[in-house]
Design a protein around this ligand. Structure first.
Ligand code: G3H
Ligand code: 13P
Ligand code: ZN
Length: 307
């Protein structure tokens, strides 16, 4: 059933676990995420980005999510991911489809981010929709040129606390060294756990980790064995993810791992079964691999059995 973000994240805080937020772009990704939530008895956040909406349509994706959420017994939040366009976020809030939205003002000045987030929060709360906001900038979407540049863009704990108080947002995405996409780290993965601890001590609302895909080795190996050129891809390890959760992360965003599993499933199947032309057969292994990846992530986050 559909539910609210603050409700599942406050339960997660009490139980010291995090809830996965998985990006969907089509029916197949949604099927995998919902199947995983059902099998793991886990709460789940299903989210669509502006790109997903441009690809498939807001109403089209939203109707699929609403029907799927009605059919399963686990709590499902339907969330807009990285809403940067003020009008699109307002449209999502007013549509009645979304139970939660993210307004991403991280590329704006602090003052402008506060001002627009406040406006979105006021509108959203009137419609009983929750708001995730962002302070600091998560690389990948807003890539950085130098290491100094990167550090300057990580979230400042005091500023995060002031931002949360000023905007009254319901959850806060913080930048602590993760990056969107498949290429997060060149050498050792370097999350700033000291900074995360300070943020968690200063900020009272649930914290969100973006760019949390792990680039699982088994999936990466299938991709590369069947022609995908991603040999230097590297993600956030399960150990790092568990540590982030132990320090106070309550929502964990994952998109790239689903893309990799989708890709792996399709490439392998097409190579091994070149005679098949039915898309339903071609996409089935992709759904199965994505389901496995999402189940694994739910176990790492500790949300299994909590739905
Ligand atoms: O954080 C961004 C998500 O991975 C969504 O990516 O904008 O390509 O849909 P997208
Ligand atoms: P990944 O690219 O690590 O999957 O991050 C996804 C994300 O943060 C969506 O908002
Ligand atoms: Zn993100």
């Amino acid at each position: 059933m559909l539910t609210s973000l603050p409700l599942i994240l406050s339960k997660a805080a009490r139980g010291h676990y995090a809830v996965g937020a998985f990006n969907i772009n089509n029916l197949e990704t949604l099927q995998a995420v919902i199947a995983a939530a059902e099998l793991e008895r886990s709460p789940v956040i299903v989210q669509t980005s502006e790109g997903a909406i441009a690809y498939a349509g807001m109403e089209e994706l939203a109707s699929l999510v609403h029907i799927a959420a009605k059919k399963i017994r686990r709590p499902v939040v339907f969330h807009l991911d990285h809403g940067k366009n003020f009008n699109l976020v307002a449209r999502a809030i007013k549509s009645g489809w979304y139970t939660s939205v993210m307004f991403d003002g991280s590329s704006l000045s602090y003052k402008e981010n506060v001002r627009l987030t406040q406006k979105i929060v006021a509108l959203a709360h009137r419609h009983k929709v929750s708001v995730e906001a962002e302070i600091g900038a998560i690389a990948g979407i807003e890539d950085f040129v130098t290491v100094e540049d990167r550090d300057a863009n990580l979230t400042n704990p005091k500023q995060a606390a002031a931002f949360a108080r000023a905007t009254k947002c319901d959850a806060l995405a913080v930048a602590v060294g993760t990056k969107h996409g498949a290429y997060k780290f060149k050498g050792e993965s370097a999350l700033d756990f000291g900074r995360l601890k300070e943020i968690a001590e200063a900020v009272r609302i649930p914290l969100v980790l973006h760019g949390a895909s792990g680039v699982p080795t088994n999936i990466k190996n299938i991709c590369t064995a069947y022609g995908c050129e991603i040999s230097s891809a590297k993600g956030v390890s399960d150990t790092a993810l568990r540590k982030a959760v132990s320090l106070g992360i309550r929502k964990v965003n994952v998109d790239t791992d689903l893309r990799l599993a989708f890709d792996a499933g399709i490439r392998k199947f097409l190579k091994e079964r070149p005679e098949v032309i039915d898309p339903r057969e071609i996409l089935k292994p992709a759904i199965e691999l994505m389901t496995k990846v999402v189940r694994q992530k739910m176990r790492t986050l500790g949300s299994n059995g909590k739905g």
